[in-house]
Design a protein around this ligand. Structure first.
Ligand SMILES: [Zn+2]
Length: 373
């Protein structure tokens, strides 16, 4: 009995020594390891840089969100817009009905109708019930009469919005046809965000370019969910554009083809009523300045300036990518781009189109005299 106990003690001691050995090896090895998020080397590259805090020309931001414009302090907003040389902000979060009207009231109270434009939205609840389509066609007419210059469709259409029977609403659902048609008749462009970066549908692993974003935003991991495939959503969107050629569509975020400008170019060729804006995807352009510059040369009449989230300090990245030939400069959100930016150095003629001329063309309600020729 005693012998057995001693032997058990011996085994236990040997095991402890081995364990301690591996633990100490691991601690030692970890001391020179850091996480991907911690690695932020300061570039030692010395090259010319242009830290642009305002745009070279007055510009229209076609993609902004001010969800509480109904009672917001607009003086503060205008001060920030002025510092950027933003002449007009398009607030895409206007909603509809009385709420929409309250946006306009606040803007008019401050006599800022020449600085802030609001797009209306629609509510997809009860989609498919009797009279839904007709009621929303009427609502769009009402909101347009109150000042809605365009309609914004959020990404939930095609992803999560369901009809009355619980089925996902396809972007090209024919029951939405009259909505797109009335926008065409009224001259209201439709800015539509469909889907998300295709990486969100790919495995969440070391090969995924959006790994950090999916790590910091767990709800952006769409692989193995019941969402439709990326290709399906995008295809529905293009099909819908083609079926309503008299309506102008602004495909948000470069239609998620910023990483494939050749394909985006083909789409612009095939769908003449489609425009694009680069909100939240300037890092795609900034990593391929030569290809992007050619794309801007070719499609200079179809691209609009958009930023999306309202963080005035982040506009500098946009101005630098568009205007300068700066090299290897940082992007402002590592989870969008762990890579560095390069400027395209666009000509004044193209910059003017991107900054305001193209937007003025599709939003005839804006007073053009505020902009240079
Ligand atoms: Zn947006």
């Amino acid at each position: 009995m005693k012998y057995i106990c001693q032997s058990a003690n011996l085994i236990e001691s040997v095991f402890m020594v081995i364990l301690l050995f591996f633990v100490s090896v691991r601690v030692f090895a970890q001391s020179d390891i850091m996480t991907f998020n911690e690695y932020e080397p300061i570039s030692t590259l010395v090259v010319e840089e242009h830290l642009l805090t305002s745009a070279k020309f007055p510009f229209i931001d076609i993609h902004s969100h001010q969800p509480s414009m109904t009672d917001q302090d607009l003086d503060e907003l205008i001060k920030n817009m002025d510092s950027l040389n933003m002449k007009i902000m398009i607030n895409l979060s206007g909603r509809w009905g009385n709420y929409f009207q309250s946006n306009i009231d606040n803007i008019e109270r401050k006599k800022l109708s020449n600085r802030i434009v609001v797009f209306s939205n629609i509510d997809f609840r009860n989609f498919g019930s009797d009279g839904w389509t007709e009621a929303w066609v009427e609502q769009i007419k009402i909101d347009h009469a109150k000042g809605a210059m365009g309609l914004k469709i959020f990404k939930e259409l095609g992803m999560t919005h369901k009809d009355e029977s619980g089925k996902r609403i396809q972007i090209n659902d024919p029951r939405l046809g009259p909505i797109w048609e009335i926008c065409g008749e009224l001259g209201m462009p439709v800015l539509i965000h469909s889907g998300a970066p295709s990486s969100f549908w790919k495995p969440f692993d070391e090969k995924n370019e959006r790994w950090l974003e999916m790590y910091t935003h767990k709800d952006r991991n769409y692989a193995n969910t019941n969402l439709p495939l990326w290709e399906q959503i995008i295809q529905e969107q293009h099909d819908m554009f083609s079926k309503h050629p008299k309506t102008i569509f602004i495909n948000a975020h470069l239609g998620w083809f910023g990483n494939n400008l050749e394909k985006l170019g083909q789409l612009l060729n095939d769908i003449p009523n489609m425009y694009v804006e680069f909100g939240a995807v300037i890092a795609e352009l900034g990593r391929q300045p030569k290809t992007a510059r050619q794309f801007f040369d070719r499609y200079q009449d179809r691209i609009l300036f958009g930023k999306d989230s309202w963080v005035p300090a982040e506009y500098m990245t946009y101005f630098r990518v568009l205007e300068t030939e700066d090299e290897y400069f940082p992007y402002h959100k590592k989870y969008h781009a762990f890579w560095r930016m390069y400027g395209m150095g666009l000509s004044d003629q193209i910059l003017k189109k991107i900054y305001y001329k193209n937007a003025l063309k599709i939003l005839p309600g804006i007073d053009k005299t505020q902009f240079p020729d």
